[in-house]
Write a new protein. Sequence first.
Length: 351
Amino acid sequence: MSLDFLQRYGARRLTVYAPPPPPEQEEEDESQTGESIHLDLEMPEHSWRAIATGNELPYDDELPRRFVDGSYFGENVAWLQDVLGRPVPVRLAEIGGICMCADGRTLRREAAVVERVVASLLDPFPWDEVEAFGSALQQDRLQLLCLQPQRDEPGSSLDFERRELSFDFRRNSEAVRLGVLRAMADLEAAALEHRSDMPTIVDGPLGRLFGATAPEWDVIGVVKRQVGDYLHPHGYVTMLGLQPGDRTPAFEITSRHLKVISWYLKLAGGDGEMPDWGYIRVEVPTESIGRHNMSYINRLSRYLLEIRCRRNRYARGPVSLEPIVRAEESIQALFEPLNPLKQHFWRLVGI
């Protein structure tokens, strides 16, 4: 029976393991590889200063009406060993991508995809057995993700570089976790491409969702957690001095994915707040500015301020947009509770 694959290779339950950080904490990790930054796009680097966004909202054809988000719940639930004794994690997760569309003051679900996945690093095992295991899981609405270990040289983009399993369980677990996040990004991309006839806001950087070809319509990426080292010292001083409603000058980021115009926008904050809290980083494809003009940046920034989350009880409210929060709630309502799902999986595979 194909479902006994894990049992045959001595898999054991894993019930105590630190839960992964939220997906947004890793959203820029890979997109920063090989980037170049052009900081004097809007004004010379030495002249950087805070820019007030003003009160003008986007024109009707610029106004974002679609909002795309992804969500992920999962954890390692088992582990087995290959013939060399290296520990191989097995992760059970639910992932989803959703697009909400604004119809006047109403947000409605336009497209949503949810998948239950079993993810692991299975290259060391006989491929016919792995395929049979995957086929058997599909009968129970579980998708098998066969992922690759991390590269020995972090950030390398060489496709032919050999990847090897590690004896470090945490390193192998990180490879699986990031692989699941990439699968989640694929579902976000599918929700995004459901329609391409109106401006769309995406939760996270755009490089996760596009290849080298920029979208032919306006797509705006909103990054909540600032982990990239994009600015010069005077730029950081400028950013930390922003007041709500201010932004930094725009700069250009060129990566192996695509070329974007980016800037930091202060959504919220004041006395008593952490100095780096309340900022988002906004991305638009460089081609978008060509379709509009630089004043589009202020109009878009003003709109983002207008739709910011104002819920005091939402932990990430100061860096979140209300339509994205609504999208997150909508997609998570389609998920099943993780604990019953784990129990079902363990019974299914006989461990």
